[in-house]
Design a protein around this ligand. Structure first.
Ligand SMILES: NC(=O)C1=CN([C@@H]2O[C@H](COP(=O)(O)OP(=O)(O)OC[C@H]3O[C@@H](n4cnc5c(N)ncnc54)[C@H](O)[C@@H]3O)[C@@H](O)[C@H]2O)C=CC1
Ligand SMILES: O=C(O)C1=N[C@H](C(=O)O)C[C@H](O)C1
Length: 247
């Protein structure tokens, strides 16, 4: 049995993770912790799962590394600086695993990989992410990661990250923001869960790669996969694709 503690347990994702862990025959839910709760139960966990907030996740993660507890982190906000900080905590010979994934949905991972694969074949690329209005961060972690992968693929092919853009007059925000040079637009709309389109355009044709998470259950197989394997991946691992055999 793997003993699991969940941080953010009363949140949208944390509550779903608690349910999934309870239903898994090889996992035991030993701590359900939300903001303000007594955290002593966390010491019983082999693996911590964090779905909290970008402002608090680093403190949680530091505690886990210092106390020898493996972590599976879905909370967003991990830029290169944060990842370097985590590597610094882990040191050169890590004894715990830290697994960070901007998106635990298998189809979302495929969407990101397909987008990166397609990006060098088009003149232009832009990303539109669409989420529920309760989301704390914008743009989403998934959109940021997709932009980084797309940008790297285009640069490796000798292309600019984005396509041509003749805009010289615009209201603030009209052209979105840029992540690694790629334009990214964020929509917040009631009724949505988590969605993303990668728009690619060339001469006389376009390709749209769209992913929809229609229910937070979509993230659970990926979260449980990471919980089961994080102890076999000491040090920092980023992205669910590291645990999938994608050929
Ligand atoms: N990687 C992935 O596949 C996914 C990642 N996320 C990310 O997960 C995070 C949480 O998302 P939601 O569940 O929608 O947010 P939410 O706001 O519904 O839940 C967050 C919960 O964390 C609690 N919390 C805040 N600070 C805490 C602390 N220090 N210790 C314990 N609990 C604390 C809050 O009280 C709240 O109950 C966000 O960063 C979101 O982007 C969300 C969905 C999928
Ligand atoms: O907050 C959410 O809901 C989600 N957050 C993650 C992100 O920012 O990419 C993953 C998914 O999009 C849902």
């Amino acid at each position: 049995m793997i003993a699991v503690g969940v941080l953010g347990s009363r949140g949208r994702m944390g509550a779903e993770v608690c349910r999934a862990v309870r239903e898994a025959p090889d996992l035991e839910l030993v701590a359900e912790i939300d903001a303000g709760d007594d955290r002593s139960g966390l010491a019983k966990a082999d693996v911590l799962v964090d779905f909290t907030h970008p402002d608090t996740v680093m403190d949680n993660l530091r505690w886990a590394v210092e106390n020898g507890v493996h972590s599976v982190v879905g909370t967003t906000g991990f830029d290169d600086d944060r990842l370097a900080t985590v590597r610094g905590w882990l040191g050169p010979d890590p004894s715990v695993g830290v697994f960070v994934a901007p998106n635990f949905g298998i189809a979302a991972v495929l969407m990101m990989l397909f987008a990166a694969r397609a990006a060098p074949y088009f003149e232009s690329v832009e990303i539109v992410e669409l989420h529920h209005p309760g989301k704390a961060d914008a743009p989403s972690g998934t959109a940021r990661r997709t932009a980084e992968l797309v940008s790297a693929a285009r640069r490796a092919a000798g292309q600019d990250p984005a396509g041509p853009d003749a805009t010289t007059s615009a209201l603030d925000g009209a052209r979105g923001t840029r992540v690694a040079g790629v334009p990214v637009h964020a929509v917040r709309l009631g009724g949505l869960v988590a969605h993303q389109e990668v728009l690619l355009g060339g001469s006389g044709e376009t390709l749209t790669i769209r992913h929809d998470s229609l229910d937070r259950a979509s993230f659970m197989p990926g979260v449980l996969l990471a919980v089961r394997h994080v102890a076999d991946h000491l040090g920092l691992t980023v992205g669910l694709e590291a645990l999938l055999d994608l050929g």
